[in-house]
Design a protein around this ligand. Structure first.
Ligand code: FAD
Length: 459
């Protein structure tokens, strides 16, 4: 006999739990299903553990710079990887437990562990349980992509998930993929003490960013001794006595890099192949992302897709915003749309990159009249005082409306400071509001008016 609920939520990532709480609080009978770890990617193998590891790596880095700041560390700074992992497990584990306890404690909410599959459009099977609901919310997230590159089946490799079990120092970590995940792991392992090589197929790191950002980030990494191999058009893997060879066939450097360990960081794919979507008649695109409209409804009435699996975002904040859009529209009578949000994210290298709005390339493509300004962090007082002067601030505005079009803050505190600009963008206010505000000294944010005073026609 099928069990009936008002709503079924598949997945406990960044949208599902909050949605379960809101629907259940509204008096709906909710079932939420998780096949693996409560909290999904961000909590267990993504943001939280990686940023915890980044913090350990940063501490080691600052310790090595002790003499610059006027203190000495007795002997070499050595990282205890077992303790680093323990700290990460503790912090990540607390969140994982917190999500599970929260869900299990919710009135009107039934937590079911197992793999969910659609049987029909409004029937889902988990283990031997058949569940039915008028409303179904899919929040199944994604996983590391493992492309069929030559030799992949012959060698051991790591992904962001298996990296979470590493409690030793790889002698030479070769990272395939020079985007956000690859760069964060690369810098952290270099700081832990590994030799690190990043192999990237494209002509530059973080290829979606403007060229000046890619170049500056590459320089920052190379100064720390990370090797980068770009234009690696034909990557292959092979066993060697001394480790694993990554064939790069790139324009620069030798044709292969031999490392002791290989991390694949070449993108993500949605967890939609084993959901029985065809039985429910739910449409996906060519890459397996569930097709949704601006309010996150699928092509099947009463079924929504939220988070990474809908291809409309790839971050925790986009998944959580998906929850807000769906919940406010369903329960609050609102008309929120995904297209109303402004692109924003951060890269957690040190210094971090905080980004919002359009890139220079996108602004140029839009053809609008724009003004832009750029300011080096080496001329920002707070950065100088901290001894963290790498990077720059750049901001672009619309020449007519004076609205901010986009910004990049590559520098200490960039992930936080960028929100000053982002919130003014959401307020649809002109940049001059920031110029007239009194900011706190000494901060990075106090320099935004100075940067804005240097606006010139977009080159
Ligand atoms: C290394 C790394 C670092 C990251 N760092 C950041 C960062 O700093 N900031 C940021 O914003 N984002 C970051 N992200 C991205 C972020 O983790 C994801 O965007 C976010 O977790 C997506 O949430 P979600 O709710 O869509 O899915 P997920 O968090 O992936 O959750 C999906 C859940 O669904 C479950 N599930 C899947 N299929 C089924 C099924 N058939 N039945 C039952 N359950 C199922 C899964 O087990 C999982 O628990 C990072 C990602 C990685 C990999």
């Amino acid at each position: 006999m099928p069990r009936h609920f008002d709503a079924i939520i598949i997945g406990t990532g960044q949208a599902g739990p909050a949605l379960a709480a809101r629907l259940a609080a509204g008096g709906m009978a909710v079932a939420i299903i998780e096949r693996h770890e409560f909290g999904g990617t961000c909590v267990n193998t993504g943001c939280i553990p990686t940023k915890t590891l980044v913090a350990s790596a940063y501490a080691a880095h600052v310790a090595r710079r002790g003499p610059e700041y006027g203190f000495a560390v007795n002997g070499d700074v050595r990282v205890d990887m077992k303790r680093v992992k323990e700290r990460k497990d503790e912090i990540s584990g607390r969140s994982n437990k917190g999500v599970e306890e929260w869900l299990r404690g919710l009135k009107n909410c039934t937590v079911i562990q197992g793999h969910a599959r659609f049987q029909t459009s409004h029937t889902v099977v988990v283990n031997d349980d058949v569940l039915q609901a008028e409303k179904i919310f899919i929040n199944v997230g994604g996983r590391a992509s493992v492309p069929a590159m030559p030799g992949i089946q012959d060698v051991p490799f790591l992904t962001n998930s298996s990296m979470m079990d590493v409690d030793f120092l790889p002698e030479h970590l070769v990272i395939i993929g020079g985007s956000y995940i690859g760069l964060e792991f690369g810098q952290m392992y270099r700081r832990f003490g590994s030799e690190v090589t990043i192999v990237e197929m494209g002509p530059r790191l973080i290829g979606r960013e403007d060229e000046d950002i890619s170049d500056a980030v590459r320089q920052i990494l190379e100064v720390e001794g990370i090797q980068t191999k770009l234009n690696a058009k034909c990557i292959s893997l092979a066993k060697r006595n001394s480790g694993i060879a990554v064939g790069i066939g790139c324009d620069e450097g030798p044709p292969e890099v031999v490392g002791t360990h290989v991390l694949l960081a070449v993108g993500r794919i949605p967890n939609t192949n084993d959901l029985g979507l065809d039985r429910a008649g739910i449409a996906t695109d060519q890459r397996g992302y569930i097709v949704v409209d601006d309010q996150l409804q699928t092509n099947v009435s009463g079924i929504w897709a939220l988070g990474d699996c809908n291809g409309r975002g790839a971050f925790t904040h986009t998944a959580y915003n998906d929850y807000e859009v769906v919940a406010d529209n369903l329960l609050g009578g609102d008309h929120r749309r995904v297209s109303d949000r402004i692109q924003a994210y951060a890269l957690y290298t040190d210094p971090p990159l905080g980004r919002c709005g359009m890139t220079d390339v996108e602004i140029r493509k839009s053809g609008r009249a724009a003004l832009a300004a750029k300011h080096p962090m080496s001329r920002v007082g707070r950065a100088v005082e901290k001894g963290e002067t790498q990077g720059f601030i750049k901001i672009s505005v619309d020449a007519e409306t004076k609205h901010i079009l986009g910004a990049a803050i590559l520098g200490t505190g960039g992930d936080e400071v960028v929100h000053v600009l982002l919130d003014v963008m959401y307020a649809k206010a002109p940049y001059t509001v920031i110029q007239r505000a009194m900011h706190i000294h000494p901060t990075i944010a106090e320099f935004l008016p100075t940067v804005l005073s240097k606006l010139e026609p977009f080159a």
